[in-house]
Design a protein around this ligand. Structure first.
Ligand SMILES: [Zn+2]
Length: 45
């Protein structure tokens, strides 16, 4: 099952939830990323 993480609130979103409208149900953000891809967290400031 594909799931995303909201870039804004960081909550997990299952792809089914984004079936028709690609908006975070928690905060309304439209920016997501796939948590499967390991991203190096770089602290800036
Ligand atoms: Zn969100």
């Amino acid at each position: 099952m594909t799931s995303y993480k909201c870039f804004d609130c960081g909550k997990k979103i299952i792809a089914k939830t984004l079936d028709k409208r690609f908006v975070c149900p928690h905060c309304g953000s439209r920016i997501f990323y796939k948590p499967r891809i390991k991203m190096k967290t770089v602290k800036s400031i």
